[in-house]
Ligand binder design. Structure first.
Ligand SMILES: Nc1ncnc2c1ncn2[C@@H]1O[C@H](COP(=O)(O)OP(=O)(O)O)[C@@H](O)[C@H]1O
Ligand SMILES: CC(C)(COP(=O)(O)O)[C@@H](O)C(=O)O
Length: 280
């Protein structure tokens, strides 16, 4: 029987961020705030002669994941990887980081690499930064909570709070993270929009994120429509960074969002990436 290892990593909705340019990938990343969410990516890995990544979402499978393939290659390991998620990919739920963290957590155990959780995260962060699929998601998803990151990279300062209330999200389509991170004009607007304080609670997180979204110039017309509807019902809401989607909290949030698509009911995650099982 082929040995397999399975791990899970929560996703992360970024509310606001500012790129921090370091000397190398380890001190490059972002500062900002977001929510580590109960949904994320489950990854199953098994030994194989050649690396192959299968990405499964809602019964549909696609092949390949450049950041995950890169991370395995860097370790000098070949494996068959299957990632599974319910949330849409490329929609601002930090799934590239979750896929990396879950896969590397499983690989570490399957191949007895003896990497610490920080070493696993460092490798995931490097792959994210080099592929421009994220800047702060790995640091966030190493643990749970509403996070406020005041330093870049996985060793940057980070505070976490754990509210009990659910939050809701709707996706209107993908917004490839690399396309925004590669645009100097977008990055300059983003830097100017950055709110220089941490959120107190979930409604405050929505408020700070909304101010940032407005100033950043990233709100597409279809996202605007959802935000207008939330405002009319006094529902705190903002845009999922970086995706064409909206997250919202409090009474009425689920109902307003349901007018625009499938609503994901999410919890603030209590923990970061973890190993589920090793078989046999
Ligand atoms: N569930 C997943 N499994 C494997 N790779 C993934 C997954 N989600 C994202 N990726 C990788 O990240 C890229 C998209 O990155 P990005 O636009 O940052 O997505 P997200 O906003 O979901 O993090 C995909 O092209 C793929 O290579
Ligand atoms: C906003 C983003 C740069 C990308 O997030 P995503 O599209 O979810 O990969 C994030 O990594 C951050 O630094 O806050």
């Amino acid at each position: 029987m082929v040995r397999t290892a399975v791990a899970f990593s929560p996703g992360h909705i970024s509310g606001y961020f500012r790129r921090v340019e370091g000397i190398g990938p380890e001190d490059t990343g972002s500062v900002g705030a977001g929510v580590v969410i109960s949904e994320g990516v489950r990854s199953t890995v098994e030994e194989a002669r050649e690396t192959g990544v299968r990405v499964v979402r809602q019964g549909h499978a696609s092949a390949g994941s450049p950041p995950v393939e890169y991370a395995l290659e860097r370790l000098g390991i070949t494996a068959r990887v299957t990632t599974e998620c319910r949330l849409p990919i490329g929609a601002g739920f930090g799934l590239s980081a979750a896929a990396l963290l879950a896969t590397l957590t499983a690989i570490n155990r399957l191949f007895e690499l003896g990497l610490s959780p920080d070493e696993v995260a460092a490798r995931a962060h490097e792959a994210e930064v080099l592929h421009r699929t994220g800047l702060g998601d790995v640091a966030a998803s190493m643990s749970g909570g509403i996070v406020c990151r005041t330093g870049a990279g996985i060793h940057g300062d980070i505070t976490r709070i754990y509210p009990q209330e659910p939050l809701y999200a709707v996706s209107l389509g993908a917004l490839p993270t690399a396309s925004v991170l590669s645009s100097p004009a977008a990055m300059a607007r983003i830097a100017a929009a950055f709110p220089d304080r941490c959120p107190r609670d979930l409604p405050d997180f929505c408020l700070l994120s909304r101010g940032f979204a407005e100033k950043s110039g990233l709100i597409a017309p279809e996202v605007r429509q959802v935000l207008v509807a939330c405002d009319a019902e006094r529902v705190p809401a903002s845009m999922t960074m970086l995706g064409n989607g909206v997250f919202a909290a409090g009474d009425g949030a689920e109902q307003v969002l349901s007018l625009f698509g499938e609503v994901y009911r999410l919890r603030v995650a209590r923990r970061g990436a973890y190993l589920i099982e090793v078989k046999p």
